[in-house]
Design a protein around this ligand. Structure first.
Ligand SMILES: Nc1ncnc2c1ncn2[C@@H]1O[C@H](COP(=O)(O)OP(=O)(O)OP(=O)(O)O)[C@@H](O)[C@H]1O
Ligand SMILES: [Mg+2]
Length: 265
């Protein structure tokens, strides 16, 4: 296995008018590892994903992908750059089976028109896409859902299907923004086991407010506050970092197990 970073970001700054959402951020992820991004609301976590996935143009900063300096990918180029993200707010299409929804992922990730493209696919191309979609469903632990309609899925099952949809384009790096939101503890534990398997296939950068979950699955954790990385390293190290404890204890909107200091210090 190569030790070249799957993605390496340096000096990333993003400004929205007078607001500096990210300020000189450095971040690197090695192949087959999980990087967890944590930090209070508004810290800039999603903005990092938006910069990597072409949803915004950074004010300044550089990105290397698989060891090569690169331009920042545009959203329709992500498949070619080997990057995929779960699409928050994009639900499953109710008139299509799970398998068909996952097959669409290949196309949503390219930003092109699935219906048009699928009609244009040869039988062989469609069979290949179907094989990839079944493979993605298997990796997401959702193979037995392939023929179901989305309305028959439980909430945790839809989470798995959305991961499969992101995997169908065979990414080297998968970006997951709050994938465990709304899951109960049992499902979070199952999800943690799933992600540990999934990193054998691709590097994963994950944003989550469930700090226990991030601690359980991440090889490296970055803690953001007000657009800056205030600590990085193993979870055991960052959870003791005074700057991290201060950032978490200084926020009143986090509750219960989401509080880093309370249950882990
Ligand atoms: N398109 C935008 N235009 C203006 N401001 C924005 C935009 N996107 C994000 N911001 C601001 O940038 C800062 C970082 O936001 P971001 O969504 O990255 O935070 P986050 O860490 O993902 O927070 P949360 O945990 O609540 O999801 C916030 O102050 C937010 O209001
Ligand atoms: Mg966010």
């Amino acid at each position: 296995m190569s030790d070249v970073a799957s993605i390496s970001i340096s000096h990333l700054t993003v400004k929205f008018g007078g607001l500096t959402a990210l300020d000189d951020v450095f971040l690197s992820i090695a192949p087959n590892t999980i990087v967890g991004l944590i930090g209070p609301n508004g810290a800039g976590k999603t903005t990092i994903f938006n910069a990597i996935s072409g949803l915004l143009t950074p004010t300044s900063g550089e990105i290397s992908i698989a060891g090569k300096e690169s331009k920042w990918p545009a959203s329709h180029e992500l498949v070619d750059f080997g990057i995929s993200r779960t699409l928050q707010g994009v639900g499953l299409f109710s008139g299509l089976t799970v398998l068909e929804n996952v097959m669409m992922g290949a196309d949503i990730n390219r930003g092109s028109n699935f219906a048009k493209d699928l009609l244009g696919l040869s039988g062989r191309a469609e069979a290949k896409l179907k094989r990839k979609a079944l493979d993605a469903l298997a990796w997401a632990g959702a193979l037995d859902m392939a023929d179901k309609m989305p309305s028959k899925l439980t909430y945790p099952e839809t989470k798995r299907v959305s991961i499969a949809r992101a995997l169908v384009s065979e990414p080297k790096v998968l970006l997951l923004d709050e994938p465990a939101a709304g899951l109960g503890q049992d499902d979070i534990d199952k999800f943690a086991a799933l992600l540990k398997q999934l990193k054998k296939r691709c590097a994963i950068i994950i944003v989550e407010h469930h700090v226990d979950f991030i601690g359980e699955i991440s090889d490296q954790v970055y803690v953001l506050n007000f657009g800056k990385v205030i600590a990085s390293g193993t979870f055991d190290r960052v959870k003791r970092d005074p700057a991290v404890l201060a950032a978490y204890l200084g926020t009143s909107h986090q509750t219960g197990t989401d509080q880093l200091g309370a249950s882990h210090a």
